[in-house]
Design a protein around this ligand. Structure first.
Ligand code: XIL
Length: 331
């Protein structure tokens, strides 16, 4: 019999899920699964800049408020995602009416206003924020290109907006845990850049408390890569959270439409998830949260026409899959 995930991991870390506002409703199957299994919740989209402030000065709180209310009435933590990102951010934060990049002064004022307003509204409700998401360039093994230079934030400011964003968030809620969040963060080319960035911020007394490893992992994910990354970040004295965990059944080099789903694939998913949770339990002294990027296999950003991902521990009806029981065995 399945033990609810939040019970299973209660001595180790909160277990979270990313949700839509519609799912955060006790009258739906999703709401019931959330109440049963999860002790933390994150907005999949509705706390992003383009959702909260699509037009300058006009905030839309409805969806985000619904998620926060659901969490409060069910005794769940809320992880805020995300304050500063190049994607899902309205154009007015970057460009003027002629499409030219804004001046540093104007862009900084707007960023400050956005972060202050959002963090203040959810002060005491959101315990941790992804303050900056995906600022680093994803490839370049030689580390020459450090930042994502096509980000409008980078084009306007260089790297300094990162420091500013953390300062604004900390001023608005000194109790919130502030995270830098990124993907591919267990690969050497990326983890070293994250390390350098966080080290620089800490050396400059910028308030940063943790690193979010998104955890969009694959059946081929290497245990050594995860362990090496956790060991490296342990040395920084920051918390680690797995913020967007999902792991498709297919192999990473297959194209949409080409996948035949067989036991071989779900077997590899079972092996990968057991390996991952085994490692996370080993590092539970520095891991302060694990969030899946969805609830069950019925709803995931990974699904494409011709290829479903089945990336979670709960199936399309939100019932525990065989992989769930593999993970349960570890505890
Ligand atoms: C994704 C959402 O899941 C999708 O619904 C949306 O269309 C695009 O964004 N990294 C992140 C998340 O930090 O915000 C992204 O979420 C997935 C990749």
């Amino acid at each position: 019999v399945a033990i609810p995930l939040k019970e299973l991991f209660k001595d180790f870390f909160p277990i979270g899920a990313a949700v839509t506002p519609q799912q955060a409703d006790p009258g739906t199957n999703h709401g019931v699964a959330l109440q049963k299994h999860f002790s933390s919740i994150t907005a999949e989209n509705v706390m992003k800049p383009d959702a909260l402030q699509r037009n300058k000065g006009f905030y839309t709180w409805e969806g985000a408020d619904r998620i926060v209310q659901f969490a409060k009435s069910n005794n769940m933590k809320v992880r805020g995602h995300t304050l500063t990102w190049h994607s899902q951010t309205p154009d007015w934060m970057f460009y003027d009416q002629d499409g030219a990049l804004l001046s540093k002064e104007i862009a900084m004022e707007q960023l400050k206003e956005h972060i202050t307003t959002v963090v203040t509204r959810y002060k005491d409700d959101v315990y941790a924020w992804d303050v900056v998401n995906e600022a680093l360039f994803d490839w370049d093994p030689n580390g020459v290109i450090v930042y994502r230079e096509d980000s409008p934030w980078y084009k306007i400011f260089g790297e300094s907006y990162i420091d500013s964003a953390f300062v604004f968030a900390h001023r608005a809620d000194p109790n919130a845990k502030l995270f830098y969040n990124d993907y591919n963060s267990i690969f050497s080319w990326k983890r070293n850049k994250i390390y350098d960035l966080v080290k620089r911020l800490k050396d400059n007394n910028i308030p940063i408390h943790g690193v979010g490893l998104q955890g969009h992992w694959m059946v081929e994910t290497s245990e050594q890569d995860i362990r090496t990354t956790l060991d490296l970040f342990r040395g920084l004295g920051v918390e680690i959270q797995i913020t967007e965990l999902d792991l498709p059944v297919y192999l990473s080099n297959t194209e949409p439409g080409s996948t035949v789903y067989t036991d071989t694939f779900s077997f590899r998913q079972k092996q990968a998830y057991s390996m991952i949770f085994n490692v996370l339990l080993d590092y539970s002294d520095i891991i302060t949260g694990v969030t899946f990027w969805g609830i069950g296999d019925d709803h995931t950003w990974l699904d494409q026409p011709g290829r479903k991902a089945f990336p979670f521990l709960l199936d399309e009806e939100l019932k525990p899959k065989p992989v769930y029981f593999e993970v349960q065995k570890l505890v």
